[in-house]
Design a protein around this ligand. Structure first.
Ligand code: BYC
Length: 472
């Protein structure tokens, strides 16, 4: 097990001090990162003391160490999961060969592109969530937001390390660009569309951490299969942090659903807006929006990029080693949705070009499990309402369905019909205004905004009433 050296300017478990050039390059990038955090990170938070976890070693037991920390003093560092001896490439044309410790020259640009795309999402999410601290529903939730934010910052470090260590000058340039593109910037936006959408209220934040961070889980798990071992090890460690982000999302939406169901039962109506709750039908609209924009994050149903990444051994499938097939896929087929004669049908294409779609299916099934758990909360409150995921064709901007319009059930409709119904299917400006009106900041320890139920327990054995963030 490798321990993390905290005596260094940049904490790491990659023996950074043995590579002076790399160390100097990263130490040069560090102030740029801190400057970006100061300008684009959580607004007005730099003096708060926050109960944060920091990695102290990468083993299953010891990686989470909790302490009161001011966020600008958080020790962002470079942590790779331990090396697996004799690890072999598990799929594609190089299956069975030793994993690469250096970038394979012929795949350099594809690998860089994957790392840049992954890296770009991390600071994007911090930018998207920048103002949420000013309207938090509780001290506990404020801590969760900040924990997520600092760890997304660390995930950026993870990708920047790979760029600096393995890609020379163009890697360093890409690392600089990570801090120059900004979420929603007209001239220099973030790469993937869902990372340019502002996250302006806490219902959106919980939806984001449920749906969008879950894309992170599936993409990182696929990249953890990579034949490029440093990428695999980086992603494996990032996944331990990612799990918490999805917990924040699932439990966050769950607590909103719980409170809404409780108010609906108490007042015998689903129309609970005037009682200070978010109507379940409105929560459904947020689901329709977030789920559909996140489906786009998986790329096109039929993708030669994805096929190449796979055959090259750069990006595998979700839990590749648990799948029983030849891991080459040259002769296999896979069913993908297609549009024929105005209907969504399934048609078979090569399993290699369908890699994105397969991952999207895995993702959708995982999302459904969360929705089922939310529905159990509603059932328990004896309220007659069921949350659902919209059809995969609904509101799509990438792939087969991007140029057509569909209703929530996946029926093809006209552009006019879509425009006429859009505001009943997804949050409209009045819905957003209403939800924002509920977002009054609550920071007193143990107190909770009226639109959300308290969490079932506190963090790391502490009470819910614990002062997780001391505001200064
Ligand atoms: N937006 O062949 P296709 C996370 C482009 S989240 C804009 O299907 P490919 C996190 C595509 O670039 C995980 N453009 O693409 C979560 C291509 O462009 P070119 C992030 C898009 O490459 C929360 C063209 O369309 N990680 O960690 O197979 C908080 C053709 O498409 C989009 C990764 O994504 C889009 N949504 O698939 C913090 C993993 N989709 O070549 C963090 C790395 C496609 O025609 N990335 N395009 O110019 C990848 O694996 C792939 O790049 C993608 C796209 C799956 C994203």
């Amino acid at each position: 097990m490798s321990t993390i050296d905290y005596s260094e300017k940049i904490p790491n478990n990659v023996n950074l001090s043995e590579d002076r050039r790399l160390q100097r390059a990263l130490e040069k990038w560090q102030p740029a990162f801190l400057g970006w955090w100061d300008q684009m990170g959580p607004e007005g938070s730099s003096n708060h003391e926050v109960f944060l976890r920091t990695a102290i070693d990468v083993s299953a037991k010891g990686w989470a160490h909790f302490d009161m920390v001011k966020m600008p003093d958080y020790r962002w560092g470079i942590f790779l999961a331990d090396k697996e001896e004799d690890r072999k490439i598990g799929f594609g044309n190089h299956k069975g060969q030793d994993v690469w410790q250096e970038v394979p020259g012929e795949y350099r640009s594809e690998l860089r592109r994957l790392i840049v795309t992954q890296g770009d999402t991390e600071p994007a999410s911090v930018e998207q969530q920048r103002y949420l601290g000013l309207s938090c529903p509780s001290n506990y939730d404020l801590r969760s937001l900040f924990q997520v934010n600092v760890e997304e910052g660390r995930h950026l470090w993870a990708m920047v390390y790979l760029l600096h260590a393995y890609f020379g000058r163009d890697g360093r340039e890409e690392a600089e660009e990570m801090l120059l593109r900004h979420s929603g910037d007209v001239d220099k936006p973030r790469i993937l569309e869902a990372f340019n959408v502002p996250t302006e209220d806490w219902l959106s934040f919980f939806m984001f951490t449920f749906f969008q961070d879950r894309d992170g889980k599936f993409q990182l798990t696929s990249l953890a299969e990579s034949g490029f071992d440093p990428l695999s090890r980086s992603c494996r460690f990032m996944l331990t942090e990612e799990a918490h982000h999805m917990f924040v999302g699932e439990s966050g939406v769950g607590r909103v659903v719980e409170r809404s169901a409780q108010l609906s039962a108490e007042h015998d109506t689903l129309d609970i807006g005037r009682h200070g709750g978010i109507p379940l039908a409105m929560i459904q609209k947020w689901i329709n929006f977030h789920f559909s924009i996140c489906l786009d994050l998986f790329g096109q149903e039929k993708s030669t990029n994805a096929a190449n990444f796979y055959s090259m051994g750069l990006k595998g499938r979700y839990n590749e080693n648990k799948i029983e097939d030849d891991h080459l896929l040259n002769n296999d087929g896979f069913l993908v949705p297609d549009l024929q004669n105005g209907k969504v049908i399934m048609s078979e294409i090569s399993a290699l070009t369908a890699i994105n779609e397969r991952l999207r299916n895995d993702y959708r099934d995982d999302c459904q499990k969360g929705v089922d758990r939310w529905n159990r909360i509603i059932e328990k409150a004896n309220v007659d309402f069921k949350l659902t995921l919209p059809h995969i064709a609904f509101n799509r901007n990438i792939g087969t369905f991007q140029d057509s319009n569909f209703d929530l059930e996946g029926n093809l409709i006209s552009a006019e019909e879509f425009a006429a119904n859009k505001d009943t299917w997804m949050p409209n400006s009045k819905d957003r205004e209403f939800v924002k009106s509920l977002m009054q900041r609550v920071v007193e320890p143990g107190k909770m905004a009226g639109w959300i139920a308290p969490p079932s327990r506190g963090i790391q054995g502490k009470d819910i009433e614990y002062e997780y963030v001391i505001l200064h």
